[in-house]
Design a protein around this ligand. Structure first.
Ligand code: B12
Ligand SMILES: *[C@@H]1O[C@H](CO)[C@@H](O)[C@H](O)[C@H]1NC(C)=O
Ligand SMILES: *[C@@H]1O[C@H](CO)[C@@H](O)[C@H](O)[C@H]1NC(C)=O
Ligand SMILES: *[C@@H]1O[C@H](CO)[C@@H](O)[C@H](O)[C@H]1NC(C)=O
Length: 138
């Protein structure tokens, strides 16, 4: 390997390492979870929890459920797409009534609300994201 190539790789490594460290690869990162009921207009509830580095939303929700007795959720297992969020704090989606829990995310980066194209088992929150679980109709 040429000296120029080697020093380029070293410089690239120096640029990468602090980036990885500021994402706190080994520690928990904060996220918020807001429960919105757009059908009953019950007041919003907001919880703070943590996400591990590149951890899935379902993991953070499980940890929150274990540590906070006010937060409860259930899900069903879809054979193709995995975990489908069924109920939050006793409020369940209903096929006959066409209600469900919609997954939205207000990004910590610029505050825009996005609607992820995957469910709770696949979505990987970014630190400082606000996850919005919106009970709504389809
Ligand atoms: C209709 C539909 C829905 C309806 C289902 C209503 C119903 N009971 O009929 C509703 C509105 C509830 C829905 C919700 C969501 N959906 Co949807 N949905 C579809 C759609 C357009 C058709 C599914 C269908 O009827 N298939 C035909 C039937 C005969 O097959 P089935 O296996 O019985 O279908 C069931 C599953 O698809 C399941 N289902 C539907 N969506 C999702 C999402 C997840 C994560 C899971 C686990 C299961 C699941 O509900 C269907 C009926 O029981 C597909 C896209 C497509 N063209 O396939 C997306 C699709 C399956 N949905 C998707 C997504 C992302 C979601 C949401 C996460 C969106 C969000 N951000 O909120 C939510 C689920 C949130 C939660 N509570 O967990 C993705 C899944 C991709 C992935 N790998 O995760 C798809 C592929 C669309 C896409 N964006 O690419 N969805
Ligand atoms: C509940 O939260 C949603 C999403 O952040 C927001 O749009 C709405 O205004 C909030 N409602 C109340 C009553 O605070
Ligand atoms: C906000 O950030 C998201 C990613 O976090 C990006 O997809 C989107 O385009 C950004 N929107 C604006 C208006 O900058
Ligand atoms: C929740 O769903 C309702 C109905 O689809 C929608 O009007 C509202 O904007 C959603 N809430 C948030 C916070 O986006």
């Amino acid at each position: 390997m040429s000296l120029i190539m080697a020093s380029f790789l070293f410089a690239a490594l120096l640029l990468l390492v602090p980036g990885i460290l500021t994402e706190k690869a080994y520690g928990p990162n904060p996220i918020e979870l807001t429960i919105v009921n757009s059908i009953s207009n019950a007041p919003n509830e907001t919880y703070s929890t943590d996400i591990v580095f590149r951890g899935i939303l379902l993991g953070a929700m499980r940890r929150l459920q274990q540590t906070n007795s006010d937060f409860k959720f259930t899900y069903t297992e879809d054979p193709n797409y995995g975990p489908f969020l069924e109920s939050v704090n006793g409020v369940a989606g209903d096929k006959a009534e066409h209600t469900y829990w919609e997954l939205l995310v207000q990004t910590g980066k610029n505050g825009t609300v996005i609607r992820p194209d995957v469910g709770i088992g696949c979505y990987i929150p970014e630190p400082n994201d606000r996850i919005i679980l919106n009970f709504t109709k389809w």
